[in-house]
Design a protein around this ligand. Structure first.
Ligand SMILES: NC(=O)c1ccc[n+]([C@@H]2O[C@H](COP(=O)([O-])OP(=O)(O)OC[C@H]3O[C@@H](n4cnc5c(N)ncnc54)[C@H](OP(=O)(O)O)[C@@H]3O)[C@@H](O)[C@H]2O)c1
Length: 258
């Protein structure tokens, strides 16, 4: 029987590429994001190319009632989720005290609350069935504090820590949790975060969404724990543990600034 993957943030960037990778391996899909038109056209493209079943759910995942409705509607349709890709998320560039509160709150609700709730709901069914793979899209931002993107970095640290602890608790249950921690990559993320002028991305050749998704997909299938694409990203994530925290803050500030 075919397995089913639920992918959040499937209308753009990494999410689109994850959807294609699962479909290529003949898994059915549940695609979730707010942009119904984009999801419908991706669903059409995928069903034509790979002959798998694709269900589109247009939901705002920063609203916990809609998060719950994803689970309830799938239950009502008797659709079991075997792969959960918690990918939807966004950032915001600028000083903490100058940001719009509503945007920060939406970021916390989406990046943290919805990811936690979806994991909480689906992991129980996965455990009962003795199979499940959860992929959390964190970031290299998860490894240190991020002045000028303070809340975003903090949300990704939460994602990483939650995923690592869940993975330990789930040992020997047949359910794995993988934390994918990409550095900057070419997606809609930079525009959504207003990051265009930051030294982090300006004038840099960034990896494609497809390259990152292939890396994360392979690691998830292997059941790896925390994975960082790109050799230098990996070195930085590792080396940061041995540096004084004050120095780390200054370094991050200098690469983030305009
Ligand atoms: N690109 C990077 O440089 C980078 C690096 C490290 C980590 N990441 C992480 O990668 C993940 C995917 O981002 P991306 O780079 O692929 O960016 P993206 O192209 O902007 O995609 C973000 C996705 O999240 C969805 N989304 C945003 N708000 C939503 C909401 N309220 N409810 C439901 N879906 C929502 C968007 O769909 P709708 O707008 O249609 O809702 C879109 O499908 C994020 O968690 C991001 O933090 C990105």
């Amino acid at each position: 029987m075919k397995k089913t993957a639920l992918i959040t943030g499937a209308s753009s960037g990494f999410g689109v590429e994850f959807a294609k990778l699962f479909a290529k391996d003949q898994h059915n899909l549940v695609l979730v994001a707010r942009s119904n038109d984009k999801l419908q056209s991706l669903a059409k493209e995928i069903t034509q190319q790979y002959q798998v079943e694709v269900l589109v759910m247009s939901k705002d995942l920063s609203d916990m009632t809609q998060v719950q409705s994803v689970y309830d509607e799938l239950k009502a349709k008797n659709i079991n989720i075997d792969f959960l890709v918690n990918n939807a998320g966004f950032g915001d560039f600028g000083n903490f005290d100058e940001a719009e509160w509503s945007k920060l709150e939406q970021m916390i609700d989406l990046n943290i609350k919805s990811l936690t709730k979806l994991s909480y709901l689906f992991v129980q069914d996965m455990k009962k069935r003795g199979f499940g793979k959860i992929l959390h899209v964190a970031s290299t931002a998860a490894f240190q504090p991020g002045p000028t993107m303070a809340v975003y970095y903090a949300t990704k640290a939460f994602v990483l820590f939650l995923g690592e602890a869940m993975s330990n608790e789930l040992a020997k249950t047949g359910v794995t949790v993988t934390n994918l921690c990409p550095g900057p990559a070419a997606t809609g993320f930079q525009a959504a975060a207003d990051l265009g002028e930051s030294k982090l991305v300006k004038g840099k050749k960034l990896p494609t969404a497809k390259e990152i998704a292939i890396f994360g997909y392979k690691k998830m299938n292997k059941g790896s724990l925390t994975v960082v694409p790109g050799f230098m990203n990996w070195v930085n994530a590792f080396a940061i543990r041995f540096l004084p925290r004050g120095l780390v803050l200054k370094m991050v500030r200098s690469v983030q600034d305009k």
